[in-house]
Design a protein around this ligand. Structure first.
Ligand code: SF4
Ligand code: FES
Length: 259
C-alpha cells in the first residue's frame, strides 16, 4: 500500500504545532497501525529527520497508552478497537490519513501525538484506598456477590484509561472514564466502606482538572474501545447525589449496600 500521512507535529506544549505531510510507500496491509508508524519513523531516522512521537506500551489493547485521533476518530475508524489493534487492511491503497493527538485542555501536548494524561492519574489517586481485611486470603465464595453486580462490575473494570472518551466529547468530559472507575468498585461489597467519599473526591478532582460536563452527546460511548456504556454515568450521578445528601453525617462503615 502507498499512503499519504498528514501528521500533527508539535515540538512541545509551548510551541505551535502544524500538520506535516509524509509519503508512506510499501506499507503491508498486515501491519498494525503502530507498526506502520514504526516503519515511517525508521525511514525518517535514516534521513536524519526527527521521528514522529507517539505513545504506546502493550500493543495488545490492554494498557490504554496508544491515543491517536485517526481521520477524526479517537483510535481510528474501527469500533471497539484501540489504535494498536487497528490494522492497515482497514485502509485502502492511496488513502490519505490524518493523525492528531487527543485535543482537550486537561491533556497538554508533550510532543507530536503524545499528550500528558496525568489528569486521569490524579482522578484515580483522589479515589483513595479500599478497606480490606488483613490476614490469610479468604475463600473465594466467602463474600457473596449477586451475578448481575459481578457482571456489571466486570464491564466497568474493562476501562483501560485511554481517554478516547474525552477526546471524542465536544465538552472534553471525562465522565465515562470516571464513572467506570467509580462503578466497578461501587458495585462490589469490597467497595462499600468508602463508596460515597470516593465518588465525592473523584468528581471533585475531575472538575478541578478542567474536564467539561456531560450533555449526553454519546460520542464517548461510540469512541470507547472497551464498550463502556453511558449507563455508568447515570450510576455515578446517582452515587454523587446520595453522597452529597449525606455528606458530613454519614455512617462510618457499610456505606448503604449496593443499590
Ligand atoms: S471509558 Fe473507554 S474511552 Fe474512556 S478511558 Fe475508559 S476505555 Fe478509554
Ligand atoms: S498500546 Fe496498550 S492499549 Fe494500545
Amino acid at each position: 500500500m502507498r499512503l499519504t500521512l498528514n501528521v500533527w507535529r508539535q515540538k512541545d506544549s509551548k510551541s505551535d504545532g502544524k500538520f506535516v505531510t509524509y509519503d508512506a510507500p510499501d506499507i503491508s496491509p498486515d501491519m498494525s497501525f503502530l507498526e506502520m508508524l514504526d516503519v515511517v519513523n525508521e525511514r525518517l531516522i535514516l534521513k536524519g529527520e526527527d521521528p514522529i512521537a507517539f505513545d504506546h506500551d502493550c500493543r495488545e489493547g490492554i494498557c490504554g497508552m496508544c491515543g491517536i485521533v485517526v481521520n477524526g476518530n479517537p483510535h481510528g475508524p474501527r469500533r471497539g478497537t484501540t489504535a494498536c489493534q487497528l490494522h492497515m487492511r482497514t485502509f485502502k491503497d492511496g488513502d490519505t490519513i490524518t493523525l492528531e493527538p487527543w485535543r482537550a485542555t486537561p491533556f497538554p501536548v508533550v510532543k507530536d501525538l503524545v499528550v500528558d494524561r496525568g489528569a486521569f492519574d490524579r482522578v484515580i489517586a483522589a479515589g483513595g484506598f479500599v478497606s480490606v481485611s488483613t490476614g490469610g486470603a479468604p475463600d473465594g465464595n466467602a463474600i457473596p456477590v449477586p451475578k448481575g453486580n459481578a457482571d456489571l462490575a466486570m464491564d466497568a473494570a474493562a476501562c483501560i484509561g485511554c481517554a478516547a472518551c474525552v477526546a471524542a466529547c465536544p465538552n472534553a468530559s471525562a465522565m465515562l472514564f470516571v464513572s467506570a472507575k467509580i462503578s466497578h468498585l461501587g458495585l462490589l461489597p469490597q467497595g462499600q466502606p468508602e463508596r460515597r467519599s470516593r465518588v465525592e473526591s473523584m468528581v471533585a478532582q475531575m472538575d478541578a482538572e478542567g474536564f467539561g460536563t456531560c450533555t449526553n452527546h454519546g460520542e464517548c460511548e461510540a469512541a470507547c474501545p472497551k464498550g463502556i456504556r453511558m449507563e455508568f454515568i447515570g450510576r455515578m450521578n446517582g452515587d454523587f447525589v446520595k453522597a452529597s445528601l449525606t455528606s458530613g453525617r454519614r455512617e462510618t462503615a457499610g456505606g448503604g449496600g449496593t443499590g
